[in-house]
Design a protein. Structure first.
Length: 153
């Protein structure tokens, strides 16, 4: 009886592993249209840190932003936070240089000639082909996500 129970238990475990393996293989193919990770470091240069260095979504692609982090330098003061805005021009979203998202940056360093503020956030933003974006008031910014093929009108 014990042997039969052990045999059934082993079959159940193997069946579970086979199902897990099948799920893992299927999961790899769920989003085959995803491109490699996107970063706002393009050609060795950082974009998006000022209105003069806007990032542009490549033609024929949509950009899905999943994480943003950055830092700000400001004159020494007693304030403990500052604000950073993500400015977007995307006709597909009806945005024409509007402040789309606002991030609260907290003071992380008070020693030295300036105060340093930092922020980070996971997010999910989709921008259309040829959309542009940049962040106000930042000294450095890191944007990550992925590109997908644009299928639209």
């Amino acid at each position: 009886m014990k042997e039969r129970l052990a045999y059934k238990t082993a079959l159940a475990l193997l069946g579970g592993l086979a199902i897990s393996a099948a799920v893992a293989k299927d999961a790899e193919a769920v989003e085959p249209e995803k491109q490699p990770i996107y970063s706002n470091t393009i050609g060795g240069l950082l974009c998006g840190s000022a209105s003069t260095s806007q990032c542009k979504v490549p033609a024929g692609q949509r950009l899905i932003i999943e994480h943003v982090s950055g830092f700000v330098f400001e004159p020494v003061s007693p304030k403990q936070n500052t604000v950073v805005s993500m400015v977007v021009t995307d006709p597909g979203l009806g945005l024409n240089g509007a402040s789309f998202h606002t991030f609260s940056a907290i003071k992380v360093n008070t020693s030295g000639p300036t105060d340093v503020f930092a922020f980070f956030t996971p997010m999910r933003v989709m921008l259309h082909p040829n959309a542009t974006f940049w962040f106000s008031n930042v000294a450095g910014i890191a944007v990550s996500g992925y590109l997908v093929k644009f299928v639209g009108p």
